[in-house]
Ligand binder design. Sequence first.
Ligand code: 5GP
Ligand code: ZN
Length: 114
Amino acid sequence: MSTCIFCKIIDGSIPAEIGYEDDHLIGIADLHPIAPVHKLLIPKKHIATLNDLQTEDLPLIGQMGLVASQWAKTLGLAEAGYRLVQNCNEAAGQTVFHIHLHLLGGRSFQWPPG
Ligand code: 5GP
Ligand code: ZN
């Protein structure tokens, strides 16, 4: 049995506020939001970090980008703008080792990021 928190959300054994789902992806509200809108777009396939991506994952990564942009529009974020973030490993602040795309919106963001 998986010990991965996102795999448990995907298999339904841990609850989450689901805002998007298809055969390959699930989109949930972040448990500890850092912006008025903070969603996580997560592939159903367990991939620990961006370092573990394989050539076969190319369609999945492309789909993540497209779905994130469509979800941002649905959430009313597109015109004002929003931020997509993927953290890889400790230096970037990755805390859950199952890749995911943060969709952040509803406020302004600094650049460069902290
Ligand atoms: P990371 O730091 O790995 O880039 O992002 C992990 C994100 O997952 C964090 O923003 C954290 O708040 C969120 N998170 C951690 N555990 C849970 C959980 O059980 N449910 C949900 N919905 N989000 C979680
Ligand atoms: Zn997982």
